[in-house]
Design a protein around this ligand. Sequence first.
Ligand code: HEM
Length: 413
Amino acid sequence: MPTITELELPSLPMEDPAFSEAPLPQFAAAREQHPWLATCAFGFVITQYDAMRDLLWLDHSLTGAYDNVVEAMQARGTQWGRFQQESLLAQKGEPHARIRKVLAPAFTPQQANRHRPLMRETIATLLDEWVPKGAFDFEEFASFFPISVMARLIGAPAEAIPGLRSSMEAFGLSMSMDPAFLPQLERATEVLDAFGQDLVAERRKARAAGRRGDDMLEILLDTVESGGLSERELYDLLIFLFVAGYDTSKNALTLLMDAMIRNPEMYERCAEDLDYCRKVTEENFRYLTTSTIPRVTTRDITYRDVLIPAGTMLFFPVSVSGRDPTAIADPDSFDPERQGDKKHITFGLGVHICLGQFIARAQIQEGLHQIAQRIRNPRRVGPSTWRPFYGVWGLRGLPIEFDPAPARALETA
Ligand code: HEM
């Protein structure tokens, strides 16, 4: 049986900006040479949907590749490097299960539905401010939505958001595998850490004075008090919760708007029909999304007669997995009514599967419904570029103009 390093594999220049602009033909060409594997500058890439599904489940043989990422970013001994190596995604076994157990009750589908009125209010307020402009960069607009929702869920003041946005934007480059971004990442870690520490200090004062909120910070502080979370874990979790849902959701919403501009009849229907927004959102998650998941093997794996030794770095580009014609019928057509296909794996699989997936779904559905009501007949008026493919990918900039429409009464159901 061959070892992975003995195979003649295609090579994918995933760090190349030209690759980010048009990865799909390059994945198709790679699969012509080998059905499910390619190499890249930092290890191996799983190029086929079924192989990604099969391998991502092997949690007992894989771990988050954050030591390797920190090494590639030349970030040993930095604050950002420490955060990467200790954050929830890098944890395994007991510490990971313990922290997930603390968070899980706040992230159920029922909880996500409970927050829909807050999501509706948040997007309505943003649209009131932005729609009268008649033209703007949709990505910039979208960047205020998930962070505003998350701030309210955690219990952070809305006024803090503009000051945090650029740090979150920088954090989006965490998995870019490009050391040139390290100074930005280090500054962003300092800002977000200081923000978390101030937030906790303020809240502790309020609690000491007998005032309690009804948000995630209260749950986290109760857990610290009962010994279930250390002080450092608390601050790291606050940073993580802010950044995990920021550029993933913002980029997914921007990709969705781009797809809607190309499908105006679907977009019009979204204004009238929230359930249809759900279908469009799911189809968009399949069609193109944002994440490439890094892993390292912790023991030898044999898969389809290939030996993958312990210590091998693997990348799972779930962002483009839904466009693999060996697994998905007619993958290039955007069809919200498609049935019988394999499910998208946008949110990953296994023990680290996205905890915020129900919140992400609900806020994109609610956002799309109101955006389609107020931003009528959107037209693209300039080009976009693409973000680095490693990590969190997506469009950079989506300049649009449109016909502004007034707000409708908010749905309460
Ligand atoms: C469209 C939006 C989103 C996408 C595409 C997305 C994608 C992902 C992916 C692929 C993972 C797994 C990473 C891995 O296995 O290494 C993940 C994990 C995670 N996501 Fe999301 N995410 C989104 C939104 C959110 C939101 C809104 C939150 C809320 C705060 C969130 C919180 C998390 C957390 C806490 C984890 C880590 C879970 C763990 O390590 O156990 N995500 N996300």
